[in-house]
Design a protein around this ligand. Structure first.
Ligand code: 5RP
Length: 238
């Protein structure tokens, strides 16, 4: 029987990678300021880490009701986006990120508020594990928040460009109950797309009547990506 090499490192689970990158993001937190915070399981790790710095920041603007509840539970003040002009930094996860910092976001249904808060921020720091880094966006179905009366027409519009759009169903619902976002709208998840020009795709789909927000972030791409790998957290800048 061969003995395991002394140099073999135990593989980190995805959850452990998320914890690592959540902690690594603390170095982008500017003391004395209000920061933007996104949502999702990786951001939850960041929020947990932020507890150690909570007395050093003024507070946050949050991109989802779930993040707001988690932040308030640890005693961090949450400001309304309208109370704040510009944020120094926005820290959020992504479902996919490419080598230029373009992202797909919205797996956690918070894409509209995420785009609003990131638009208010000077720098977008994306925190992901290495499974999210792709050559071309589109392996992950693109979330699109839409007005309910436009659903069927938008399904046909996506079909015309090669996409299969499905209404996202509420987790745990027994029937086919659509998930309703924090903004009272519904989501389409669009699979089958290869997004070789993210800026053009975002510009095109954003103009379709009934689209509230498309989950491609190219106009507001990341400036920094903290990428959790088996060898530690790497910093990519764009
Ligand atoms: C929520 C998002 C999240 O950032 C994205 O879904 C990644 O989530 P996770 O960190 O749980 O993998 O865009 O709308």
């Amino acid at each position: 029987m061969t003995k395991p090499s002394a140099q073999t490192k135990p593989a980190l689970s995805q959850d452990e990678l998320k914890t690592l990158v959540g902690q690594a993001a603390l170095r982008f937190v500017v003391p004395g300021q209000i920061i933007g915070v996104g949502s999702g399981s990786t951001v939850n790790k960041f929020i947990d880490a932020l507890a150690s710095m909570k007395d050093q920041i003024k507070g946050v603007v949050s991109a989802s009701q779930a993040s707001t509840a988690r932040l308030r539970a640890i005693g961090i003040p949450v400001f309304d986006a309208n109370e704040v002009e510009e944020l120094a930094v926005y820290i959020d996860g992504a479902d996919e990120i490419d080598q230029r910092g373009n992202m797909i976001k919205g797996g956690g249904a918070a894409l509209t508020r995420e785009k609003i808060v990131s638009a208010q921020s000077r720098q977008f720091v994306c925190i992901v594990d290495e499974s999210k880094l792709v050559q071309t966006l589109g392996r992950f179905p693109v979330p699109v928040e839409v007005i309910p009366m436009a659903v069927q027409r938008l399904v046909r519009q996506f079909a015309a460009i090669g996409g299969r759009a499905q209404v996202r169903i509420k987790a745990g619902s027994t029937g086919q109950e659509p998930l309703v976002t924090d903004n009272g709208q519904v989501l389409l998840d669009v699979s089958g797309l290869q997004i070789s020009d993210p800026l053009a795709f975002e510009a095109q789909v954003s103009q379709w009547p009934g689209v509230v927000t498309v989950g491609v972030f190219a106009f507001q791409k990341a400036q920094v990506c903290l990428l959790a790998t088996a060898d530690g957290v790497k910093t990519l800048t764009f």
